[in-house]
Design a protein around this ligand. Structure first.
Ligand SMILES: Cc1cc2nc3c(=O)[nH]c(=O)nc-3n(C[C@H](O)[C@H](O)[C@H](O)COP(=O)(O)OP(=O)(O)OC[C@H]3O[C@@H](n4cnc5c(N)ncnc54)[C@H](O)[C@@H]3O)c2cc1C
Length: 440
């Protein structure tokens, strides 16, 4: 078959990799000048670093297997960073179970309930009982109201902004399980994976693997319309030119798919609108000085204009970046939030005083350079009952498939699961081949 893929992020590239393996002809169309999508990088001191912070968990077996298959598995390093939690005007250590028991922002009774409730949840294997309930309703029953309000409500807000009250308990459960499973054998620290040379290593390996096997990778080639299945229409229109294919797979977010499909598909695109998205607006600062010993500091204070401060150079050594210290400022926000429109300098200025609130030694003149990165369709909101709303790979439009992060469930979306869905979607296309080629 001739298969056209929209988007050359990790999903589109892995799908291309898999479809070539199955003997198909593949063309990938990517709007940006480089492949990688949310794994895009900038260079600091001659070393690439992701615009959006990234790491892996020890059980991320799909992407680890793919890295090994592509010959870059040995570039993956396992590191054991320290975590912090900012609440009530100070940063608490938040790495080990012992830190939790000493967490001064909660009463001793609340800490005990939190510890017992988390253990109970981690022992639960079947998440189906949680699928129709919200984390906001169910979590307090496990961990207690005090711990829920002080930690989990902020954590949900950090990820889903104002949509957090509707988030599924199944998502919350999967997230807790993921963090519990990625610990050192003594459980005292998390083990996180990072590629020497950044996630660009796997993006580049995929891109060269697919192009060397004959796939077309069109960069700077935004798809303008999806016409497949429409009478007399080309499968796609790219740079004003028609593109024919037996099947089209869109790896872009659902709001983009809705814009690319014709008005005649309204009945279908309306069903996609039921899934809301929040955007990511992330700052990356090259700073002169280390601010703390923590890799990740959760911010438990919604008055501050960010949900996390991530000192990347406390995960990997600054020498890789010519001695630069690197700090991410993390935010998930509704796509209409002003941070998606403000110019970068103004936004960086807005962050300076609040960062100094958390790390008092920080000053504006510590910033050597800053990058602001925005993706308005970064995170689908996984609401209670999402298992019934999750789009299937094969859409009702003949020949049109969806393979994107909205199909990652119940796990928190991440590159490991992008690899999983790409493999599943390739298998679905293979199974559908007789029908797809008979109508072409
Ligand atoms: C802030 C943040 C932190 C994250 N942290 C982690 C982490 O620690 N670990 C982890 O595993 N994952 C993490 N992720 C998630 C991970 O980055 C994503 O799950 C993954 O990169 C998504 O890949 P994708 O290919 O599905 O989508 P994308 O990377 O979004 O790729 C879609 C591509 O489609 C292109 N496109 C858009 N419109 C068009 C069009 N009209 N025509 C052609 N091309 C188009 C885009 O330019 C883009 O390249 C994080 C994400 C964010 C935002």
């Amino acid at each position: 078959m001739n298969i056209a893929i929209i988007g050359a992020g990790i999903t589109g590239l892995t799908l291309a990799h898999q479809l070539l393996e199955q003997g198909h002809a593949v063309a990938v169309f990517e709007a940006a000048p480089r492949p990688g999508g949310e794994l895009a990088t900038v260079d600091v001191g001659g070393e690439p670093i992701e615009r959006f912070y990234h790491h892996l968990f020890t059980h991320d077996r799909h992407i680890i297997a793919l890295a090994n298959e592509l010959g870059v598995g040995e570039r993956l390093e396992w590191l054991e960073p320290q975590m912090g939690y900012y609440a009530q005007g100070r940063v608490y250590p938040f790495t080990s179970p012992l830190d939790l028991l000493r967490f001064g922002a909660l009463s001793p009774w609340a800490r005990l309930r939190l510890g017992l409730g988390t253990l109970r949840l981690q022992r639960t294997r079947d998440y189906r009982q949680f699928e129709d309930q919200t984390a906001a309703a169910l979590m307090p029953r496990y961990v207690g109201r005090e711990a829920f309000d002080a930690i989990f409500a902020d954590m949900l807000h950090a990820k889903f902004a104002d949509r957090w009250p509707s988030v599924s308990m199944a998502w919350m459960w999967a997230r807790l399980m993921a963090r519990a499973r990625t610990r050192t054998p003594d459980k005292r620290r998390e083990r996180l994976g990072y590629f020497r040379g950044s996630f660009r290593v796997i993006v580049d390996a995929l891109a060269s693997s697919v192009t060397s096997r004959g796939a077309e990778l069109h960069l700077g080639a935004p798809v303008q319309t999806i016409g497949i299945g429409e009478p007399n229409a080309p499968a796609l229109r790219v740079r004003g030119q028609p593109v024919q294919a037996d099947a089209v797979v869109a790896t872009v977010g659902l709001p983009i798919i809705r814009r690319l499909l014709p008005a005649s598909r309204r009945a279908f695109t309306d069903t996609l609108a039921a899934t809301a998205y929040v955007g990511a607006c992330v700052g990356l600062l090259h700073i002169r000085e280390q601010l703390s010993g923590y890799y990740w500091t959760n911010i438990g204070d919604r008055r501050l204009p960010f949900a996390g401060l991530i000192e990347h150079t406390n995960l990997v050594e600054p020498e890789r970046y010519g001695g630069a210290r690197l700090l991410y400022i993390s935010n998930y926000l509704p796509p209409e939030h002003e941070f998606f429109h403000l110019d970068d300098e103004t936004l960086i200025d807005r962050f300076v005083d609040p960062i100094a609130h958390v790390f008092p030694k920080f000053r504006r003149d510590h910033i050597v350079h800053g990058w602001i990165s925005r993706d308005p369709v970064a995170q689908p909101v996984i609401e209670a009952g999402y298992q019934r709303r999750k789009p299937p790979y094969a859409s009702p439009i003949p020949g049109f498939y969806i393979c994107n992060t909205s199909q990652i469930y119940p796990e928190d979306r991440g590159t490991n699961y992008n690899v999983r869905i790409a493999k599943q979607c390739a298998a679905q296309l293979q199974a559908d081949e007789p029908a797809l080629t008979s109508t072409a």
